[in-house]
Ligand binder design. Structure first.
Ligand code: PBG
Ligand code: ZN
Length: 327
């Protein structure tokens, strides 16, 4: 008895495989993260992230032009301030590093969509994503006082020219608070991309080198999600949708493909997946050792995020991927 059904029939020729391929990655899906530091002509390579740099604003602008020329529609800005304090002043100050970077990029490349990561951890002296009582070493972040600060951060970023506000601190009610803050300040048309299901993950290690945002004590497990949970992710996204989120993000991506899939099923908003620093570092390390084919591994991984349900992918591989896609 030979099989009647032969799926291999549709795999016999590259063109045929292309015709029946169900999902595709395009440059339109990509968002490239950038790290802004004070100074001029600064380009510090991040040790654990080969090919990723902390850049001064003049360099960020050069990079933004390149990204735009590659056909990538958007960047997300992170900032490393000169000084950190208990009130995260550098996060909401009109002359903050991300505010200045956003203004400079929008001036040089007006058609590039600039997202701003809206959080406090790069700017607080203790490295937590929210407000702590002075002298509190327990790391118990105070939710509602943090919301007031996040409103200020978002409004200052919008004023500086950011097109999309992306709150990442996993505070309860942060989407509603930021929405109200933006609306009151006249920014009704600025969308919010919420880091809706963000897990307390070891995969953020290299990012914390890049952003100099490792908590000085404690960890982020009282605000970021427990890796064992998936129904809780749906609860988180339902709340963010109810609070007015325009886009939802799942983070990290690779170990959380099931969550990307479930979030896509559970909502009609665009879903973004954050291919985080540790995922990038692993691929880079193996590639630099000659152990894997970097292009094939990266393109397979990014395509798989699309298959899982991601509409958008934040990735440090974005420029390479755009080149491999034939930009
Ligand atoms: C901070 C923030 C983190 C990332 C983006 N924003 C990490 C953290 O919670 O420490 C991680 C990004 C990455 O690992 O690439 N709110
Ligand atoms: Zn944070």
């Amino acid at each position: 008895m030979f099989p009647t059904h032969r799926p291999r029939r549709l795999r016999t020729h590259p063109q045929l495989r292309r015709m029946v391929r169900e999902n595709a990655l395009t440059t339109s899906d990509l968002i490239y993260p950038l790290f802004a530091v004070p100074g001029e002509s600064v380009a510090n390579e991040v040790k654990s992230m080969p090919g990723v740099y902390q850049l001064s604003i003049d360099k960020i602008v050069e990079e933004a032009k390149q990204v735009y020329d590659l056909g990538i529609p958007s960047i997300i800005l992170f900032g490393i301030p000169a000084d950190k304090d208990i009130d995260a002043t550098g996060a909401w100050h009109d002359c903050g590093i991300v505010q200045k970077a956003a203004t400079a990029v929008k001036e040089a490349v007006p058609d590039l969509i600039v997202m701003a990561d809206t959080c406090l951890c790069e700017y607080t002296s203790h490295g937590h994503c929210g407000f702590l009582e002075v002298g509190d070493l327990s790391g118990r972040v105070l939710n509602d006082p943090t919301l007031e600060l996040l409103k200020k951060v978002a409004v200052s970023q919008a004023k500086a020219g950011a097109d999309i506000i992306a709150p990442s601190g996993m505070m309860d009610g942060f989407v509603a608070a930021i929405r109200a803050g933006l609306d009151d300040a006249g920014f009704q048309d600025i969308p919010i991309m919420s880091y809706a299901a963000k897990y307390a993950s070891a995969y953020y290690g290299p990012f914390r080198d890049a952003a100099e945002s490792t908590p000085q004590f404690g960890d982020r497990r009282t605000y970021q999600m427990d890796p064992g949970n998936s129904r809780e992710a749906i609860k988180e996204i339902e709340l963010d949708i109810a609070e007015g989120a325009d886009m939802l993000m799942v983070k990290p991506a690779l170990a959380y493909m099931d969550i990307i899939h479930q979030v896509k099923q559970a909502s009609n908003l665009p879903v973004a997946a954050y291919n985080v620093s540790g995922e990038y570092a692993m691929v880079k390390a193996a590639a630099l050792n000659g152990w894997i084919d970097e292009e094939r591994v990266v393109m397979e991984t990014l395509l798989s995020f699309k298959r899982a349900g991601a509409d958008l992918i934040l990735t440090y591989h974005a420029k390479d991927a755009a080149r491999w896609l034939g930009a």
